[in-house]
Design a protein around this ligand. Structure first.
Ligand code: ADP
Length: 209
């Protein structure tokens, strides 16, 4: 159909930069707190275009395919716990039984899948110049205490690895956004069919860029 975008058009570097497309997920805490509209509003006001949107109840298997499971990613996640514990004076060995970032990362990933399957989420395909970086910036840093004011996480979330890990759960930080262009392509293909991605012109496109 003429108004659909192919995945190649969204991610091929030869295409116009304004066709870059990324994935944003409003997590179950964002949906349950009624922040879906506010999150999408911020994206639209920036001038980024919503090209795909739906509320879904994802399966654990889909989320297992969504989140990486390589050692580098797991260690990076575990390191976020260790850094938070160190900063705020908590004892990882005492609370979690280990100071091994990889082991902690594996544990956190399981909690993350529990959380992400705890209610509906909203999947959003967002298009625009440097969409990946722009949406990451709007969402803010992973840990709410580090997220700048003015970002979605900085303005609306108050959770921490220190609290979350003690309660054996992942941090509730409202939204997910793809980190790299290649990651965005993979994630969009996982969550969207090509006929769910739409092509249209925003009224202000001729003025803004
Ligand atoms: P981001 O979502 O900012 O890209 P990551 O990809 O590192 O962050 O982690 C994925 C998600 O896992 C985070 O958004 C957060 O919900 C959760 N998470 C990450 N690190 C931890 C941690 N140390 N403890 C609990 N939850 C975590």
């Amino acid at each position: 159909m003429a108004n659909e975008l192919s995945f190649d058009m969204m991610s091929n570097m030869d295409n116009h930069p304004k066709q870059e497309t990324t994935l944003l997920l409003v997590k179950p805490d964002g949906v349950k707190r009624g922040l879906t509209g506010e999150i999408i509003r911020r994206i639209e006001l920036r001038g980024l275009k919503i090209v795909g949107l739906a509320m879904i109840t994802p399966s654990r298997d889909e989320l297992d395919r969504h989140y990486p499971k390589d050692d580098a990613w797991l260690s990076r996640v575990g390191q976020k716990t260790l850094s938070t514990y160190e900063k705020y004076g908590y004892d990882a060995k005492k609370e979690l039984g280990t100071t091994d970032a990889l082991e902690i990362g594996k544990e956190v990933r399981g909690w993350l899948l529990d959380f992400m399957t705890s209610g509906p989420i909203v999947k959003v395909a967002v298009q625009g110049i440097h969409a990946v970086d722009m949406v990451r910036k709007l969402v803010g840093a992973t840990m709410p205490s580090a997220a700048e004011m003015g970002t979605i996480r900085g303005d609306f979330s108050v959770d921490s690895a220190a609290a979350a890990n003690r309660d054996k759960r992942s941090v509730h930080n409202l939204a997910h956004a793809s980190e790299l262009i290649e990651e965005a392509k993979k994630e969009l293909m996982l969550w969207f069919q090509e006929n769910e991605i739409h092509d249209y012109k925003r009224a202000e496109e001729d003025i803004m860029f």
